[in-house]
Design a protein. Structure first.
Length: 349
Protein backbone atom coordinates (compact mmCIF):
# COMPACT_ATOMS: atom_id res chain seq x y z
CA UNK A 1 0.00 0.00 0.00
CA UNK A 2 1.14 3.50 -0.83
CA UNK A 3 0.69 5.26 2.51
CA UNK A 4 0.25 9.01 2.23
CA UNK A 5 1.97 10.92 5.03
CA UNK A 6 -0.60 13.69 5.20
CA UNK A 7 -3.70 11.50 4.99
CA UNK A 8 -5.89 10.96 8.07
CA UNK A 9 -5.14 7.23 8.37
CA UNK A 10 -1.48 7.96 9.10
CA UNK A 11 -2.56 10.19 11.96
CA UNK A 12 -4.72 7.57 13.64
CA UNK A 13 -8.12 8.56 12.20
CA UNK A 14 -10.75 6.02 11.19
CA UNK A 15 -14.35 6.03 10.01
CA UNK A 16 -16.41 4.35 12.75
CA UNK A 17 -19.10 1.77 12.12
CA UNK A 18 -22.59 3.23 11.90
CA UNK A 19 -23.64 1.61 15.17
CA UNK A 20 -20.93 3.50 17.10
CA UNK A 21 -22.38 6.34 19.17
CA UNK A 22 -23.42 9.44 17.22
CA UNK A 23 -23.31 13.09 18.21
CA UNK A 24 -25.81 13.84 15.46
CA UNK A 25 -27.37 12.78 12.19
CA UNK A 26 -27.01 15.14 9.23
CA UNK A 27 -29.75 15.62 6.63
CA UNK A 28 -30.37 17.96 3.69
CA UNK A 29 -34.02 18.99 3.58
CA UNK A 30 -35.69 17.64 0.40
CA UNK A 31 -36.68 20.45 -1.95
CA UNK A 32 -35.77 19.35 -5.48
CA UNK A 33 -39.04 18.50 -7.18
CA UNK A 34 -37.26 16.79 -10.07
CA UNK A 35 -36.06 14.12 -7.64
CA UNK A 36 -39.68 13.19 -6.82
CA UNK A 37 -41.50 14.22 -9.99
CA UNK A 38 -45.08 15.05 -9.12
CA UNK A 39 -44.76 13.52 -5.64
CA UNK A 40 -42.46 15.59 -3.45
CA UNK A 41 -45.36 16.73 -1.23
CA UNK A 42 -46.13 13.09 -0.42
CA UNK A 43 -42.74 12.35 1.17
CA UNK A 44 -42.61 14.86 4.01
CA UNK A 45 -44.79 13.04 6.54
CA UNK A 46 -42.74 9.82 6.43
CA UNK A 47 -39.45 11.75 6.18
CA UNK A 48 -40.42 13.59 9.37
CA UNK A 49 -41.37 10.31 11.07
CA UNK A 50 -37.83 9.16 10.30
CA UNK A 51 -36.46 12.33 11.90
CA UNK A 52 -38.69 11.79 14.93
CA UNK A 53 -37.25 8.32 15.55
CA UNK A 54 -33.65 9.48 15.11
CA UNK A 55 -34.13 12.55 17.32
CA UNK A 56 -35.04 10.35 20.30
CA UNK A 57 -31.39 9.43 20.67
CA UNK A 58 -29.36 12.23 19.09
CA UNK A 59 -29.38 15.68 17.53
CA UNK A 60 -30.61 16.00 13.96
CA UNK A 61 -28.77 18.65 11.97
CA UNK A 62 -30.52 19.75 8.79
CA UNK A 63 -29.08 21.71 5.87
CA UNK A 64 -31.55 24.26 4.50
CA UNK A 65 -31.34 27.00 1.87
CA UNK A 66 -32.77 29.77 4.05
CA UNK A 67 -35.07 30.64 6.93
CA UNK A 68 -38.15 30.10 4.75
CA UNK A 69 -37.14 26.48 4.15
CA UNK A 70 -36.39 26.01 7.86
CA UNK A 71 -39.87 27.31 8.75
CA UNK A 72 -41.44 24.99 6.16
CA UNK A 73 -39.51 22.08 7.67
CA UNK A 74 -40.54 22.99 11.22
CA UNK A 75 -44.22 22.95 10.23
CA UNK A 76 -43.90 19.41 8.89
CA UNK A 77 -41.82 18.26 11.87
CA UNK A 78 -44.39 19.62 14.33
CA UNK A 79 -47.19 17.79 12.52
CA UNK A 80 -45.69 14.43 13.49
CA UNK A 81 -44.63 15.53 16.98
CA UNK A 82 -40.87 15.86 16.57
CA UNK A 83 -39.04 17.30 19.58
CA UNK A 84 -37.72 20.51 17.99
CA UNK A 85 -35.17 20.92 20.80
CA UNK A 86 -33.26 18.10 19.11
CA UNK A 87 -33.33 19.77 15.68
CA UNK A 88 -30.69 22.22 14.47
CA UNK A 89 -30.90 24.03 11.12
CA UNK A 90 -27.89 25.21 9.14
CA UNK A 91 -28.20 27.60 6.22
CA UNK A 92 -26.05 25.55 3.88
CA UNK A 93 -28.00 25.36 0.60
CA UNK A 94 -27.94 22.09 -1.32
CA UNK A 95 -28.93 20.95 -4.79
CA UNK A 96 -30.63 17.80 -3.53
CA UNK A 97 -31.45 15.73 -0.44
CA UNK A 98 -29.00 12.81 -0.61
CA UNK A 99 -26.81 13.64 2.37
CA UNK A 100 -25.26 10.15 2.53
CA UNK A 101 -23.45 10.96 -0.69
CA UNK A 102 -22.74 14.68 -0.48
CA UNK A 103 -22.47 15.05 3.29
CA UNK A 104 -19.25 15.05 5.31
CA UNK A 105 -17.34 11.88 6.09
CA UNK A 106 -16.47 12.31 9.77
CA UNK A 107 -13.40 10.43 11.01
CA UNK A 108 -12.30 10.25 14.62
CA UNK A 109 -9.08 9.53 16.48
CA UNK A 110 -10.08 7.60 19.62
CA UNK A 111 -6.75 8.32 21.34
CA UNK A 112 -6.55 12.08 20.85
CA UNK A 113 -10.35 12.58 20.87
CA UNK A 114 -10.14 14.59 17.66
CA UNK A 115 -12.60 14.70 14.78
CA UNK A 116 -11.88 15.59 11.15
CA UNK A 117 -13.87 15.81 7.93
CA UNK A 118 -12.95 14.20 4.63
CA UNK A 119 -14.38 16.12 1.69
CA UNK A 120 -14.50 13.67 -1.21
CA UNK A 121 -15.34 14.96 -4.66
CA UNK A 122 -19.02 14.71 -5.55
CA UNK A 123 -20.36 14.66 -9.13
CA UNK A 124 -23.99 13.48 -8.69
CA UNK A 125 -23.30 9.82 -9.52
CA UNK A 126 -21.23 10.37 -12.62
CA UNK A 127 -22.70 13.70 -13.69
CA UNK A 128 -26.25 12.36 -14.02
CA UNK A 129 -28.08 15.21 -12.27
CA UNK A 130 -26.45 18.62 -12.64
CA UNK A 131 -26.05 21.05 -11.07
CA UNK A 132 -24.30 19.65 -8.01
CA UNK A 133 -21.97 22.52 -7.05
CA UNK A 134 -23.79 23.30 -3.78
CA UNK A 135 -23.79 19.64 -2.71
CA UNK A 136 -20.09 19.28 -3.49
CA UNK A 137 -19.03 21.94 -0.94
CA UNK A 138 -21.30 20.82 1.94
CA UNK A 139 -18.57 18.87 3.83
CA UNK A 140 -16.23 21.86 3.88
CA UNK A 141 -19.00 24.26 4.89
CA UNK A 142 -19.89 22.04 7.84
CA UNK A 143 -16.24 21.54 8.82
CA UNK A 144 -15.58 25.28 8.74
CA UNK A 145 -18.63 25.96 10.90
CA UNK A 146 -17.35 23.56 13.58
CA UNK A 147 -13.69 24.49 13.07
CA UNK A 148 -12.70 20.96 12.05
CA UNK A 149 -9.70 20.10 9.87
CA UNK A 150 -10.61 19.05 6.31
CA UNK A 151 -8.87 16.53 4.08
CA UNK A 152 -9.29 16.53 0.30
CA UNK A 153 -8.57 13.16 -1.37
CA UNK A 154 -9.17 14.70 -4.80
CA UNK A 155 -11.33 11.84 -6.12
CA UNK A 156 -15.06 11.18 -6.36
CA UNK A 157 -16.57 9.03 -3.61
CA UNK A 158 -20.11 8.68 -2.22
CA UNK A 159 -21.04 7.59 1.26
CA UNK A 160 -23.63 5.14 -0.04
CA UNK A 161 -20.96 3.23 -1.93
CA UNK A 162 -19.10 2.09 1.21
CA UNK A 163 -20.05 0.23 4.39
CA UNK A 164 -17.78 -0.27 7.41
CA UNK A 165 -17.39 -2.80 10.21
CA UNK A 166 -15.37 -0.46 12.45
CA UNK A 167 -12.54 -3.02 12.62
CA UNK A 168 -10.57 -2.15 9.52
CA UNK A 169 -12.83 -3.46 6.76
CA UNK A 170 -14.89 -1.62 4.15
CA UNK A 171 -17.35 -3.26 1.78
CA UNK A 172 -18.04 -1.77 -1.67
CA UNK A 173 -18.92 -2.66 -5.27
CA UNK A 174 -16.95 -2.72 -8.49
CA UNK A 175 -20.07 -1.54 -10.36
CA UNK A 176 -19.86 1.83 -8.63
CA UNK A 177 -16.26 2.49 -7.65
CA UNK A 178 -14.74 1.17 -10.87
CA UNK A 179 -17.32 2.91 -13.06
CA UNK A 180 -15.64 5.12 -15.65
CA UNK A 181 -18.00 7.99 -14.74
CA UNK A 182 -16.37 8.36 -11.30
CA UNK A 183 -12.56 8.15 -11.37
CA UNK A 184 -11.55 6.85 -14.82
CA UNK A 185 -7.88 7.70 -14.19
CA UNK A 186 -7.63 5.28 -11.25
CA UNK A 187 -7.38 1.49 -11.22
CA UNK A 188 -8.75 -0.78 -8.50
CA UNK A 189 -5.54 -0.79 -6.48
CA UNK A 190 -5.30 3.01 -6.52
CA UNK A 191 -8.91 3.31 -5.37
CA UNK A 192 -8.19 0.86 -2.55
CA UNK A 193 -5.26 3.05 -1.49
CA UNK A 194 -7.51 6.10 -1.34
CA UNK A 195 -10.03 4.17 0.78
CA UNK A 196 -7.29 3.02 3.11
CA UNK A 197 -5.68 6.45 3.45
CA UNK A 198 -8.82 8.54 3.76
CA UNK A 199 -11.20 6.21 5.62
CA UNK A 200 -8.58 4.58 7.83
CA UNK A 201 -9.37 1.02 6.76
CA UNK A 202 -6.96 -1.86 6.09
CA UNK A 203 -9.10 -4.14 3.94
CA UNK A 204 -11.43 -3.53 0.99
CA UNK A 205 -13.96 -6.26 0.15
CA UNK A 206 -15.52 -6.00 -3.31
CA UNK A 207 -18.96 -7.13 -4.43
CA UNK A 208 -20.15 -6.85 -8.04
CA UNK A 209 -23.40 -5.28 -9.20
CA UNK A 210 -26.14 -3.45 -7.33
CA UNK A 211 -29.88 -3.85 -7.73
CA UNK A 212 -31.88 -2.94 -10.83
CA UNK A 213 -33.26 0.61 -10.79
CA UNK A 214 -30.43 2.00 -8.65
CA UNK A 215 -29.22 5.11 -10.48
CA UNK A 216 -26.04 5.26 -8.39
CA UNK A 217 -24.50 2.40 -10.41
CA UNK A 218 -24.68 -0.10 -7.58
CA UNK A 219 -24.36 1.42 -4.11
CA UNK A 220 -23.57 -1.10 -1.38
CA UNK A 221 -26.22 0.36 0.95
CA UNK A 222 -28.97 -1.15 -1.19
CA UNK A 223 -27.57 -4.68 -1.07
CA UNK A 224 -25.24 -5.61 1.80
CA UNK A 225 -24.62 -4.00 5.21
CA UNK A 226 -22.52 -4.79 8.24
CA UNK A 227 -24.61 -5.20 11.39
CA UNK A 228 -21.63 -6.00 13.63
CA UNK A 229 -17.91 -6.42 13.04
CA UNK A 230 -18.18 -9.88 11.49
CA UNK A 231 -21.82 -10.12 10.34
CA UNK A 232 -23.53 -8.78 7.24
CA UNK A 233 -27.12 -8.76 6.12
CA UNK A 234 -27.53 -9.15 2.38
CA UNK A 235 -30.68 -8.99 0.27
CA UNK A 236 -31.70 -11.97 -1.84
CA UNK A 237 -34.50 -12.34 -4.36
CA UNK A 238 -36.49 -15.58 -4.20
CA UNK A 239 -38.22 -15.20 -7.56
CA UNK A 240 -35.91 -16.73 -10.17
CA UNK A 241 -37.60 -14.72 -12.93
CA UNK A 242 -36.87 -11.42 -11.23
CA UNK A 243 -34.13 -9.27 -12.77
CA UNK A 244 -32.36 -9.05 -9.41
CA UNK A 245 -32.23 -12.81 -8.79
CA UNK A 246 -28.88 -13.65 -10.42
CA UNK A 247 -27.19 -10.39 -9.39
CA UNK A 248 -27.99 -11.01 -5.73
CA UNK A 249 -27.07 -14.71 -5.91
CA UNK A 250 -23.65 -13.75 -7.27
CA UNK A 251 -23.17 -11.28 -4.43
CA UNK A 252 -24.20 -13.95 -1.92
CA UNK A 253 -21.60 -16.37 -3.32
CA UNK A 254 -18.92 -13.66 -3.21
CA UNK A 255 -19.72 -12.95 0.44
CA UNK A 256 -19.37 -16.65 1.29
CA UNK A 257 -15.84 -16.64 -0.14
CA UNK A 258 -14.67 -13.55 1.71
CA UNK A 259 -12.44 -13.53 4.77
CA UNK A 260 -11.98 -10.74 7.31
CA UNK A 261 -8.60 -9.46 8.50
CA UNK A 262 -8.56 -12.06 11.28
CA UNK A 263 -9.15 -14.84 8.75
CA UNK A 264 -12.77 -15.40 9.79
CA UNK A 265 -15.58 -16.00 7.35
CA UNK A 266 -18.40 -13.50 7.40
CA UNK A 267 -21.58 -14.43 9.21
CA UNK A 268 -24.20 -13.90 6.53
CA UNK A 269 -27.85 -13.15 7.29
CA UNK A 270 -30.18 -13.16 4.29
CA UNK A 271 -32.83 -10.46 3.96
CA UNK A 272 -35.74 -10.80 1.55
CA UNK A 273 -36.39 -8.29 -1.19
CA UNK A 274 -39.76 -6.52 -1.14
CA UNK A 275 -42.38 -7.14 -3.80
CA UNK A 276 -41.22 -5.05 -6.79
CA UNK A 277 -42.18 -1.40 -6.44
CA UNK A 278 -43.06 0.04 -9.83
CA UNK A 279 -44.08 3.62 -10.56
CA UNK A 280 -44.86 4.90 -14.04
CA UNK A 281 -43.48 1.64 -15.51
CA UNK A 282 -40.15 2.15 -13.71
CA UNK A 283 -38.78 -0.52 -11.35
CA UNK A 284 -37.62 1.36 -8.25
CA UNK A 285 -34.61 0.34 -6.12
CA UNK A 286 -36.69 -0.71 -3.13
CA UNK A 287 -34.58 -2.61 -0.59
CA UNK A 288 -34.67 -3.31 3.13
CA UNK A 289 -30.87 -2.93 3.21
CA UNK A 290 -31.27 0.85 3.05
CA UNK A 291 -31.88 1.06 6.81
CA UNK A 292 -30.24 3.67 9.04
CA UNK A 293 -28.65 2.81 12.40
CA UNK A 294 -29.22 5.67 14.86
CA UNK A 295 -28.46 5.76 18.59
CA UNK A 296 -32.03 4.93 19.59
CA UNK A 297 -33.37 2.91 16.66
CA UNK A 298 -32.71 1.16 13.39
CA UNK A 299 -35.07 2.76 10.89
CA UNK A 300 -36.02 0.45 8.01
CA UNK A 301 -37.86 1.39 4.81
CA UNK A 302 -41.01 -0.67 4.23
CA UNK A 303 -43.07 -1.03 1.07
CA UNK A 304 -46.64 -2.14 1.93
CA UNK A 305 -45.97 -5.80 1.14
CA UNK A 306 -45.84 -9.22 2.81
CA UNK A 307 -42.04 -9.17 3.15
CA UNK A 308 -42.05 -6.10 5.40
CA UNK A 309 -42.67 -7.93 8.69
CA UNK A 310 -40.22 -10.69 7.84
CA UNK A 311 -37.46 -8.16 7.10
CA UNK A 312 -38.17 -6.23 10.31
CA UNK A 313 -38.04 -9.44 12.37
CA UNK A 314 -34.71 -10.46 10.85
CA UNK A 315 -33.18 -7.05 11.50
CA UNK A 316 -34.53 -6.95 15.06
CA UNK A 317 -32.63 -10.18 15.74
CA UNK A 318 -29.48 -8.49 14.44
CA UNK A 319 -29.86 -5.43 16.68
CA UNK A 320 -30.69 -6.62 20.18
CA UNK A 321 -29.64 -3.26 21.67
CA UNK A 322 -31.94 -1.07 19.56
CA UNK A 323 -35.55 -1.10 18.49
CA UNK A 324 -36.13 -1.72 14.81
CA UNK A 325 -38.75 0.61 13.34
CA UNK A 326 -40.32 0.26 9.90
CA UNK A 327 -41.49 3.40 8.11
CA UNK A 328 -43.37 3.31 4.83
CA UNK A 329 -40.98 4.39 2.08
CA UNK A 330 -43.21 3.71 -0.92
CA UNK A 331 -43.37 7.38 -1.89
CA UNK A 332 -39.81 8.21 -0.81
CA UNK A 333 -38.33 5.47 -3.04
CA UNK A 334 -39.72 7.27 -6.09
CA UNK A 335 -36.67 9.49 -5.53
CA UNK A 336 -34.54 6.32 -6.03
CA UNK A 337 -33.24 6.22 -2.47
CA UNK A 338 -34.46 5.85 1.10
CA UNK A 339 -33.48 6.55 4.73
CA UNK A 340 -29.82 5.56 4.54
CA UNK A 341 -29.30 7.53 1.32
CA UNK A 342 -30.85 10.60 2.97
CA UNK A 343 -28.72 10.60 6.14
CA UNK A 344 -25.11 10.81 7.31
CA UNK A 345 -23.98 10.12 10.85
CA UNK A 346 -21.62 12.31 12.87
CA UNK A 347 -19.83 10.03 15.34
CA UNK A 348 -19.09 10.96 18.92
CA UNK A 349 -15.41 11.16 19.80
Amino acid sequence: MNKLENAPAGKGFTFPAEWAKHTATWLSWPHKEASWPGKIDTIYAKYCEFIKEVAVGELVRINVANQQMADFAKQHLQQVGVNLNRIQFFEFPTNDAWCRDHGPAFLINPDTKQKVVVDWGYNAWGGKYPPFDLDDVIPTRIAEHFDLPVYYPGIVMEGGSVDFNGKGTVLTTTACLLNENRNPHLNQQQIEEHLQNYYGVEQVLWLGDGIIGDDTDGHIDDITRFVNEDTVVTVVEENKNDENYHILQENLQSLKNMRLLNGKQLNIVELPMPTPVIHEDQLLPASYANFYISNAAVVVPTYRCASDDKALDILQQCFSDRKVVGIDSTNIIWGLGSFHCLSQQEPEV
